[in-house]
Design a protein around this ligand. Structure first.
Ligand code: FES
Length: 106
């Protein structure tokens, strides 16, 4: 069973500036949108590019390699050349810290 992992203080993650974290070898990007936080796998399903480093537009991240757009809320691939979603992960706030966990194998 996976454990919650602390990513950063709530105030350290700002809109448009995702934080990258590795949990057991999985690359995860944590975003702030309005007042909520979201986590998706930091891997583009087109060709494995790292999504953080790409531009954030509203609730989308644009892969810096070939421009595929992903929903930050759902991980859905919104434009070519990516067609498969990237994974999403649960996020919670505890004691002023943003926490995430990889629950895919629970
Ligand atoms: S690796 Fe992301 S669009 Fe190609």
């Amino acid at each position: 069973m996976s454990e919650w992992v602390e990513v950063a203080k709530v105030e350290a993650i700002s809109i448009g500036h995702p934080v990258h974290i590795e949990i057991d070898g999985t690359a995860i990007a944590v975003f702030k949108l309005e007042q909520d936080f979201y986590a998706i796998e930091d891997v583009c399903t087109h060709d494995g590019g790292t999504l953080t480093g790409g531009c954030v537009e509203n609730d989308q991240i644009i892969c810096p390699r070939h421009g595929a757009r992903f929903s930050i809320r759902t991980g859905e691939a919104l434009t070519a050349p990516a067609y498969e979603p990237t994974a999403t992960f649960p996020v919670r706030i505890k004691n002023g810290m943003v926490q995430v966990k990889d629950d895919r194998w629970d």
